[in-house]
Each structure stands twice: as structure tokens, then as C-alpha cells.
Write a protein that binds this ligand. Structure first.
Ligand SMILES: *[C@@H]1O[C@H](CO)[C@@H](O)[C@H](O)[C@H]1NC(C)=O
Ligand SMILES: *[C@@H]1O[C@H](CO)[C@@H](O)[C@H](O)[C@H]1NC(C)=O
Ligand SMILES: *[C@@H]1O[C@H](CO)[C@@H](O)[C@H](O)[C@H]1NC(C)=O
Length: 252
């Protein structure tokens, strides 16, 4: 009785040991306590998944990686016992991406991490803008950032743009801050504009616009003229054709 029981117990222990382990993700940079990896654009994130525990039989476990639920293709040697994935370079689209690793034979044995990609708005340099009197002036600044910028400000010749006095309207859709003025006037709208975004972690970024207001050029109505001429010619031709008989008779 005793002899028979021992192998059974041993077998039971072995089964438990191979079935209760999980998988573990190690990463550089490190995962924080919320399962989030902090990174920036252009950086590299490396992720390593391995079965949790040190039992001999776990070494050969095949692993699967998913990015936002889609299987990541892995080379043959990168599946068993330990599997690594490298995200390089990190792009905007990786922000919020979930990387999951699970056992090939049991998808409930799983671990996940989420990337938090921080970036500042693409604001720098200066741009020359020419706009005609009476036309519309539109200036746009990129303010897309993670975390979102805390404020955006616009100046004209160094002082805050007076929206009311200049007849400006200002819009912000989270991606772009746009300053618009209708019916441009040289005295009101010419000058150096600057938009500045402020981010809690990246500080200030700005872009300049040198706006010159030019005189309205007289636009020659070329297309209507051409259309008019074509109609006149066709009418004349038709008239000539319809009277061709008479004309030729006269000429004889
Ligand atoms: C998969 O793993 C879970 C958790 O360890 C376990 O409860 C379940 O029985 C396993 N399923 C199979 C088919 O091995
Ligand atoms: C991402 O990182 C930023 C900057 O550290 C932080 O403000 C934000 O809460 C983080 N988001 C998540 C989902 O962890
Ligand atoms: C801004 O400065 C320029 C150059 O000094 C000047 O020509 C322009 O009139 C100024 N614009 C406004 C709106 O004051």
C-alpha cells in the first residue's frame, strides 16, 4: 500500500508544479507598479517573457507574444523557455499599446504590460507667411502631446494677441491650435506671431510666423473670358454654316 502511494503522490506534485506557474515579463525600461512602461519617441523598449518559477519542466514551454491582441511573429529560436521582443524605435502609435505574453498551450497563463509614450508638440523654427489684404489669415500650431499640453498662448509682436481688436478666432482640437482672422488689414495683422505650448514635463515649445500683408492683386477673369469667346466663335461659325449655300452661291 505504502509503496504504491508514493509514486502517485510524487506524480501529483509534479502535475501541480507544472500547471500552477505563470509567466513573467521583464523589461527595460522597467515596468512600474501599474504595469506601465514609461518611454519616449525614438527610444527602445525591450521585453523578455519567461515562465515564472524554476522547475526543470518549464524550460521548454513555448511562448506567444501579442501586441494589442495581434500575434507578434517570432523567430524559431525565440519561442521556447524565454522569448524577447524589442520595440525600436518607439513611435506615436505605440502609446497605449498592450504587449501580452502567454503560454502557447494555455492562453490563460498570461502577463501584460502597457507602453506610455510621452512626447512634446512639434513646434520650432519660423515660417514666412504672405497674405493679401481682405483675405483670410490662418496660422496653425501642432500641440499634440502626451501628457497633453497644459496651455497654448499666441503673441503678436511680443504681446498677447488681442482676439477682439484683431477680429481673430482661436480654436483648439487637441492636435492643432489655429488662429484665424478674416478680412486681413495691414495695420492690424502684419507682424511677428508666435505660438507657445507649455507642458508639465517638457516645458515650453514655440514656433514663429512672420506675416506680411500684401496688396490685393487684380485677378484677371481668364476663364469666363475664354468661355465667352468660345460661345461667340461657335455662334459665328453656325451662322456662317447655315448661310454657306447662299454665300457660296454669291461668290460664284
Ligand atoms: C491553464 O492554466 C490555468 C491556470 O494555471 C489552469 O487553471 C488551467 O487548468 C490550465 N488549462 C489547461 C488546459 O492546461
Ligand atoms: C503617462 O506618462 C505621463 C507622464 O509621466 C503621465 O502623466 C500619465 O499619467 C501616464 N499615463 C499612464 C496611462 O500611465
Ligand atoms: C508689428 O511690428 C512690425 C515691425 O515693427 C510693424 O510693422 C507692425 O505694424 C506691427 N504690427 C502690429 C499689429 O502692431
Amino acid at each position: 500500500m505504502k509503496l504504491m502511494f508514493r509514486p502517485l503522490l510524487f506524480h501529483l506534485l509534479l502535475v501541480c508544479a507544472t500547471q500552477t506557474f505563470g509567466v513573467k515579463i521583464q523589461s527595460f525600461p522597467k515596468v512600474n507598479s501599474e504595469g506601465v512602461i514609461q518611454t519616449e519617441l525614438e527610444e527602445t523598449v525591450s521585453l523578455i517573457c519567461r515562465p515564472d518559477g524554476s522547475h526543470e519542466t518549464q524550460v521548454d514551454e513555448e511562448l506567444v507574444w501579442l501586441r494589442n491582441g495581434a500575434v507578434v511573429s517570432l523567430t524559431e529560436g525565440n519561442k521556447k523557455g524565454l522569448s524577447s521582443v524589442c520595440v525600436t524605435p518607439v513611435i506615436h502609435d505605440d502609446n497605449g499599446a498592450t504587449f501580452t505574453c502567454h503560454l502557447s498551450k494555455n492562453a490563460t497563463v498570461t502577463a501584460s504590460v502597457i507602453l506610455n509614450v510621452t512626447y512634446h508638440p512639434q513646434l520650432s523654427g519660423s515660417e514666412e507667411v504672405a497674405v493679401e489684404e481682405e483675405a483670410e489669415l490662418v496660422l496653425r500650431c501642432d500641440i499634440w502631446a502626451n501628457p497633453p499640453v497644459s496651455s497654448v498662448s499666441w503673441t503678436l509682436n511680443g504681446s498677447v494677441v488681442d482676439l477682439l481688436a484683431g477680429g481673430f478666432s482661436l480654436t483648439n482640437d487637441g492636435f492643432t491650435s489655429q488662429l484665424t482672422a478674416n478680412g486681413v488689414e495691414k495695420s492690424l495683422h502684419e507682424g511677428t506671431y508666435q505660438c507657445t505650448s507649455t507642458s508639465l514635463i517638457y516645458g515650453k515649445h514655440s514656433k514663429q510666423f512672420s506675416v506680411t500683408v500684401t496688396e490685393t492683386t487684380f485677378k484677371f477673369p481668364l476663364m469666363p473670358m475664354v468661355a465667352g469667346l468660345v460661345v461667340v466663335c461657335l455662334t459665328v461659325l453656325l451662322a456662317v454654316f447655315s448661310r454657306w449655300d447662299k454665300i457660296t452661291k454669291c461668290c460664284k
